[in-house]
Design a protein around this ligand. Structure first.
Ligand SMILES: Cc1cc2nc3c(=O)[nH]c(=O)nc-3n(C[C@H](O)[C@H](O)[C@H](O)COP(=O)(O)OP(=O)(O)OC[C@H]3O[C@@H](n4cnc5c(N)ncnc54)[C@H](O)[C@@H]3O)c2cc1C
Length: 796
C-alpha cells in the first residue's frame, strides 16, 4: 500500500467512489480510496437504485440532473454498464396543495431547462397504466427519472477513477486519523499508514464513527428502510415497454418495474432509527430482518393505488439502513475548524446526488470553491450547537416528511425549542409565534386577540396576513421593536485588523464611529457574504451578517487569518433589539441621558436605562431605526427599559415576517435570496459598495466581471399568492429570468418580486409575466423604491 497520497478517501460506497472519480477528472491522480470490505459494502449494495431530479432546492435539483447525465459518460469511459433504465416517472398529486407544489416545481424547471410536465389523470393512466387515479388531480412527469444497478454504477466510478490514476485498497480498515502539527494527516489502517494532506470522510453508514476518529461530530443518523420486489405481474409482463416510476406521496411510496414484476418502497410513518448508539463495525453486507408489520398501512394504501400489486406475490423484501442529515440533504465540504478534513456523507439518495456531491467536493478541494452555491449541502449549515439528541428527532421528522408537501412558510416542530434567547418567555407571553433559524427560536410574528397562534402552512397568503399587516403598520406609522439576535456577529481586533478586513472585504472599511456595508467575495468573484462593518475603536471592528452563515463565515475567516488579527464569533454573545419607525429616535431619547444625535451609519456606545449598549444607526426595515446591542445577561433589563418607555408612544412588537415585508419597500435584498454564492457583485448591484482602488480577495474577477443579467424589482399583479423564489419571468412567452424572492408589501399594499433578467431588457416600466402557481401574472419593473424613494426618512 502507498504510504503517501495527496488525498485519502475513507469509504467505497457510491459516494466515495464518485469523489475519487471526480478528483481524477479534475486533475489529481495521487489519490487513494480505502474500503474496509468490498466496494458497495454499506448502504450502497442494497439500494433500489432509483434516481430523479426533483428537489426543493434548485441547486440540488441541478446537481441531481448532473448526476443522472453522468452515468452515460461513465459507461462510455469504462465500457462497464451502470444498468441504466431511463423510464421516466410521475409524481402524483392527490390534493390541491400537493398539486400547487408540483406546479411550482414545474415553474422552476422552466428556467433550469428541465423538461418536466404537469399532466392530468387521463395521461397518467396512459403513461403509468397500473395506477388507480381515483382522487388524483394530476402529476409531474419527469422524463429523466429512472433506475440503475447500484453495484455496476459504483464499479464504473471506481474503474473510471483507476483509469485516471487513483488507487483503491479494499479490505483495508481505517482505524485512526491523526493530524500532525503541520496540519497534514496520518490515516492509520490495519495494513499500514498513509500520510496525506486531505482526508475525505465518505464512511456512509459508519460516517459518525469515522468522523469521531478526528474528534468531529457528523450530524447524521441511519434509518431503517424497506422495499418489496414482487413476482411477475401480468400487467407488466404484457407490456412492450418498461413501466415508468410512480411516486405516490399520499401513500409515501415509490414504485418501479423490476424484471417482470414491481418494486415498491415506503417512507412509513412508524419509521425507526437504526444503530442509535453507533454503527457496529461488525455490520457487514447484510440486511435487517423483514418487518412487514411496520409498513402494513402503507402496503394497504398501495394495494388501492396499484391494484396489480395486491394480486402479486412477494418475491423479496429488502430492509436496510441508510443515513440522513437533519434536513435530508448531504453533508459536504470542509469541516469547520479543521484543516484538510472533508465531509462527503449523509447522502440519502446516492444515485440521484452522488455525482453532484463528488463534483462539488472535488472542485472545492482542488479549486478552493465550487462552481455553484452548495449551501444546501454544506456541512457548515449546522453549527457547534448540533448534538445527537437534536439530530435524531430531526432525522425521524425528515424521513416521515420525505413525501409531504413542503410549504414556503412551514416551521417544522421536531427538536424545538433547541436554543432560545433570554427573551423567549417574555416574547411568548406577548403571543410570539416562533420560527427556527440555525437552531435558534426566532419570533415570526406576535399574535394578538383572535389572530392565529399557529401559522397554517400554505402556498398562498397565510392566515397570519392580518397580524403581519398590523406589525408593519406599527413600524411605518409609529415605532416598532424586535430582537436582533439572529445576526451572525464577529469581533475583529488586533493591530492588523483594518488591513486584514480591507483584504477580506471588497467594500470600504469605515472610520471609527462609522458603519459601512460591504460584500465579501470569493477569488472567482462570487458573493460569500453581505456584511455590515462597524468600527468601534482604532483596531476594533464589529461585523454582522446572516445568522445561518456563521459556520461558513468563520471557516472562511479562519482559513485567511493572519498574524496580528484576532477573530471571534460573538453571534451569541451580543443580543439586543432593533427599534424602527418615525418615532424611533424619540424612543431612544426617552431611554438615555446620552446624546442621541446620530447620522445614518453612525455607531457609538450608549447607556440605555441601566444597560451598557452599542447603538448603530441602521435598520433593515428601510425606516429610521437603530440596532441596540448588549450582553445577553443584560438583555432583559434593556427590554424593560425600552418597552416601558415605549408604552406611552404605542411601541409595538414586530417579527421576522414583518421584517421580510418591510425590506421589500426599499428593495433590500437578503442573503441566500438576492445575494448568494451563485451571483456576483455586479449582477446583484452589490458592486456599488466595492472600493475599487484597493486590493481585496476577488478583485481581479470582480473587475473582469461583465454580467449579462441584473437584479431588478417588479410590482406583481398578484391575487392571493406572492413570489417566494425561482418563479420564471416571461417576456413575450419566452422565459427571460427568474425571481430570487418576493412577498407582499403590507405598507405599499403591493406584491413585490426581485429577479434576475438580461441586462439589455432592464428598463423602467418593462412589462413581464411571473408564473405564480401555474398562473402567469403581469408584473412591472420599477427602478426606484416606492417607499422613501430618496432615502430621506431612512437618513432623517
Ligand atoms: C433499502 C434502501 C433503498 C435505497 N434506495 C435508494 C434509491 O432507490 N436511490 C438512491 O439514490 N438511494 C437509495 N438508497 C440510499 C443509498 O443506498 C445511499 O444514499 C448510498 O448508498 C450512500 O452511499 P455512501 O457511499 O454514502 O455510503 P455507504 O454505501 O454506506 O458506503 C460507505 C462505505 O464506507 C466503508 N467504510 C466505513 N468506515 C470505514 C473505515 N473505517 N475504513 C474503511 N472503509 C470504511 C464501508 O464499508 C462502506 O462500504 C437506499 C437505501 C436503502 C437502505
Amino acid at each position: 500500500m502507498k504510504t503517501t497520497a495527496q488525498a485519502v478517501i475513507i469509504g467505497g460506497g457510491v459516494v466515495g467512489a464518485s469523489v475519487l472519480y471526480h478528483l481524477t477528472k479534475l486533475g489529481w491522480s495521487d489519490v487513494v480510496l480505502l474500503e474496509r470490505a468490498e466496494l458497495t459494502s454499506g448502504s450502497t449494495w442494497h439500494a433500489a437504485g432509483g434516481f430523479h431530479t426533483l428537489n426543493g432546492d434548485t441547486n440540488m435539483a441541478a446537481l441531481q440532473g448532473y448526476t443522472i447525465k453522468l452515468y452515460r459518460e461513465l459507461e462510455e469511459i469504462t465500457g462497464l454498464s451502470c444498468g441504466l433504465h431511463h423510464v421516466g416517472g410521475v409524481t402524483l398529486a392527490d390534493n390541491a396543495d400537493r398539486f400547487d407544489m408540483l406546479v411550482a416545481e414545474r415553474a422552476k424547471h422552466r428556467y433550469m431547462g428541465l423538461e418536466t410536465e404537469i399532466i392530468g389523470p387521463e395521461e397518467i393512466r396512459k403513461i403509468a397504466p397500473i395506477t388507480n387515479t381515483d382522487g388524483i388531480l394530476g402529476a409531474l412527469y419527469d422524463p429523466l427519472d429512472g433506475h440503475l444497478d447500484p453495484s455496476g454504477t459504483t464499479h464504473a466510478y471506481a474503474k473510471a477513477a483507476r483509469m485516471g490514476g487513483a488507487t483503491i485498497e479494499t479490505h483495508t480498515m481505517v482505524t485512526a486519523t491523526t493530524q500532525r502539527a503541520d496540519g497534514t494527516w496520518d490515516v492509520v489502517t490495519d495494513k499500514g499508514t498513509i500520510h496525506t494532506e486531505h482526508v475525505v470522510n465518505a464512511g456512509g453508514l459508519w460516517a459518525r464513527e469515522v468522523a469521531a476518529m478526528a474528534g468531529i461530530y457528523a450530524p447524521l443518523h441511519p434509518m431503517e428502510h424497506q422495499y418489496i420486489v414482487t413476482d411477475d405481474v401480468p400487467e407488466i409482463v404484457a407490456r412492450d415497454s418498461e413501466h415508468p416510476h410512480v411516486m405516490d406521496p399520499a401513500g409515501e411510496s415509490y414504485l418501479r418495474q423490476e424484471g417482470r414484476g414491481l418494486c415498491i418502497g415506503f417512507y412509513e410513518q412508524p419509521c425507526r432509527p437504526w444503530a442509535v448508539d453507533g454503527t457496529p463495525w461488525s455490520f457487514g453486507a447484510e440486511l435487517l430482518p423483514d418487518d412487514l408489520d411496520k409498513i402494513e398501512d402503507s402496503i394497504e394504501f398501495a394495494y388501492n393505488r396499484f391494484p396489480a400489486l395486491a394480486r402479486a406475490g412477494v418475491k423479496t423484501v429488502v430492509h436496510g439502513p441508510f443515513t440522513f442529515a437533519p434536513d435530508g440533504n448531504p453533508l459536504v465540504g470542509p469541516v469547520p475548524g479543521m484543516r484538510g478534513y472533508w465531509s462527503a456523507c449523509g447522502v440519502m439518495a446516492g444515485f440521484s446526488q452522488g455525482g453532484g456531491v463528488g463534483l462539488m467536493l472535488a472542485q472545492w478541494m482542488i479549486h478552493g470553491e465550487c462552481e455553484r452555491d452548495v449551501t444546501a449541502m454544506d456541512v457548515a449549515r449546522f453549527g457547534g450547537w448540533i448534538t445527537p439528541g437534536y439530530t435524531r428527532p430531526k432525522v425521524i421528522e425528515n424521513y416521515q416528511k420525505r413525501f409531504s408537501v413542503a410549504y414556503p412558510n412551514e416551521e417544522l416542530p421536531a427538536a424545538r425549542p433547541h436554543r432560545t434567547t433570554p427573551m423567549y418567555d417574555i416574547f411568548t407571553s406577548h403571543g410570539a409565534v416562533w420560527g427556527h433559524q440555525y437552531g435558534l427560536e426566532v419570533p415570526n410574528y406576535f399574535a394578538q386577540g383572535d389572530e392565529p397562534t399557529f401559522e397554517t402552512p400554505s402556498f398562498r397568503r397565510s392566515d397570519a396576513f392580518d397580524a403581519i399587516a398590523r406589525e408593519v403598520k406599527g413600524v411605518r406609522s409609529n415605532v416598532g421593536i424586535t430582537e436582533v439576535h439572529n445576526f451572525g456577529k464577529y469581533r475583529i481586533t488586533g493591530r492588523h485588523a483594518r488591513a486584514w478586513l480591507d483584504r477580506i472585504m471588497a467594500g470600504r472599511i469605515p472610520k471609527e464611529g462609522r458603519i459601512s456595508l460591504t460584500p465579501m467575495l470569493s477569488p472567482k468573484g462570487k458573493l460569500l457574504g453581505d456584511f455590515t462593518v462597524s468600527c468601534t475603536g482604532e483596531n476594533s471592528f464589529h461585523l454582522t451578517a446572516s445568522y445561518g452563515a456563521q459556520a461558513q463565515h468563520m471557516r472562511w475567516f479562519l482559513q485567511h487569518q493572519e498574524d496580528g488579527v484576532s477573530i471571534e464569533n460573538i453571534s451569541d454573545k451580543l443580543n439586543g433589539f432593533s427599534i424602527a419607525g418615525p418615532r424611533a429616535t424619540d424612543l431612544l431619547a426617552a431611554c438615555t441621558r446620552d446624546d442621541t444625535a446620530m447620522r445614518f451609519l453612525d455607531t457609538r456606545p450608549m447607556t440605555i436605562g441601566q444597560t451598557a449598549c452599542t447603538v448603530q444607526r441602521v435598520s433593515y426595515t428601510g425606516d429610521l431605526g437603530y440596532e441596540i446591542y448588549c450582553d445577553p445577561m443584560d438583555q432583559r433589563a434593556l427590554w424593560t427599559t425600552l418597552w416601558t418607555a415605549g408604552q406611552p408612544m404605542g411601541l409595538s412588537l414586530f417579527g421576522m415576517r414583518a421584517i421580510m415585508s418591510l425590506r421589500l419597500d426599499r428593495h433590500f435584498g437578503s442573503w441566500m435570496r438576492e445575494f448568494s454564492p451563485d451571483y456576483t457583485a455586479k449582477e446583484t448591484g452589490m458592486d456599488r459598495f466595492i472600493q475599487w482602488d484597493k486590493d481585496f480577495i476577488g478583485k481581479e474577477a470582480a473587475v473582469a466581471d461583465n454580467p449579462d443579467r441584473a437584479l431588478v424589482t417588479f410590482v406583481v399583479d398578484a391575487t392571493d399568492t406572492d413570489v417566494t423564489a425561482y418563479e420564471p419571468i416571461f417576456l413575450d412567452d419566452e422565459v427571460i429570468g427568474f425571481c430570487t424572492s418576493g412577498g407582499y408589501s403590507h405598507h405599499l399594499g403591493k406584491s413585490i418580486a426581485f429577479g434576475l433578467i438580461p441586462k439589455a431588457q432592464v428598463a423602467e416600466g418593462l412589462r413581464v409575466e411571473v408564473e405564480l402557481l401555474g398562473d402567469r401574472r403581469p408584473a412591472t419593473l420599477i427602478t426606484t423604491p416606492l417607499f422613501d424613494p430618496d432615502g430621506s426618512r431612512l437618513r432623517a
